[in-house]
Design a protein around this ligand. Structure first.
Ligand SMILES: C[S@@+](CC[C@H](N)C(=O)[O-])C[C@H]1O[C@@H](n2cnc3c(N)ncnc32)[C@H](O)[C@@H]1O
Length: 282
């Protein structure tokens, strides 16, 4: 949920318009992408969403538009629908994160501000002069943040969504970085150019990243660090991923060394998102 600048006043103000039961239903709250707030509102509270939106705009004067999530993230391009709830009818977010700014249409691409900690974590791990490959790069948050913090690095982002890839190119310009190349392509089809190219690879596609182990191993240099994001069952996810990575390495004649494991977020009591950092040694 977005931070509350006025020390819990969102909760206090919500308490004034919601019953105790409604208040408990409003658990997921909202996210703020710069000028746009995104409400996650249960059906039962739709009748009060405009009042909730007014409270958010009052607490956060920089929010000019409130949209509500309409459906789940779906499809290859990981896009979700939104409904306009209040304020200006604008779908373009201008969002600042880790010293960078990103502009994009929230209805045409995936974007999650909940990954900002991960992006900073990776930026801090990158070493100058590395060749960094961001697979599934979206509107460029990983690519641009790495490139800005490490001008000596060469960063390549690969993204299938034509709109997102174009927005990434614009975000490269917006952030005045010159060391990012955006490729609008399917990760599976970019093979020949990217072969043995990466010192470090970021794989932020938690629904499907384990289906791309062939590409990851082909794009890695003789030694490369990989940050792989995946969903899985809370009790077994780390062991399951380690098993898949180990089997793929053995079958394809390379070695792996897992260097860290971290829970990124939990989306239900059963499924969590994790990141595994590992080294490929060919
Ligand atoms: C979960 S999003 C991550 C986006 C971005 N890295 C971020 O953090 O905002 C996954 C992205 O992968 C893209 N994608 C899905 N399948 C792909 C493929 N086969 N090749 C390249 N990109 C793909 C989607 O369009 C989507 O933008």
């Amino acid at each position: 949920m977005a931070s509350e600048k006025n020390g819990g006043s969102y909760r206090d103000m919500l308490g004034e318009i919601l019953t105790k039961r409604e208040y408990e239903e409003m658990v997921k709250g909202y996210d703020i992408l710069g000028n746009i707030a995104i409400l996650d509102i249960p059906k039962s509270l739709r009748k009060k969403e405009k009042k909730i939106a007014d409270i958010i705009m009052k607490i956060h004067p920089s929010v000019k538009t409130v949209m509500a999530k309409a459906g789940a993230i779906s499809g290859k391009l990981r896009i979700r629908g939104f409904r306009h709830v209040a304020g200006e009818k604008n779908k373009i977010a201008t969002y600042r994160e880790n010293n960078c700014v990103f502009k994009f249409d929230i209805t045409r691409t995936f974007f999650s501000n909940r990954l900002s900690f991960e992006r900073k974590r990776i930026v801090d791990l990158v070493k100058d002069k590395e060749k960094v490959l961001v697979l599934f790069s979206g509107v460029g948050p990983f690519s641009v943040e790495i490139a800005k913090a490490h001008p000596g690095c060469k960063v390549v982002g690969v993204e299938l969504n034509k709109y997102a890839s174009k927005a990434a190119e614009e975000n490269v310009v917006l952030n005045k970085v010159t060391n990012v190349k955006c490729i609008n392509a399917d990760v599976r089809k970019a093979t020949s150019k990217l072969k043995n190219s990466a010192d470090r690879m970021i794989v932020p596609m938690p629904t499907a990243s384990l289906g791309f182990l062939d590409e990851i191993s082909v794009y890695a240099k003789k030694r490369a660090v990989v940050h792989l994001y995946s969903f899985g069952a809370a009790e077994t996810v780390f062991a399951d991923i380690a098993d898949r990575l180990g089997k793929h390495a053995k079958a394809n004649d390379y070695n792996i060394q897992i260097i860290s494991k971290r829970v990124v977020g939990s989306y239900s009591s059963r499924e969590i998102e994790v990141v595994i950092d590992y080294i490929i040694k060919k």
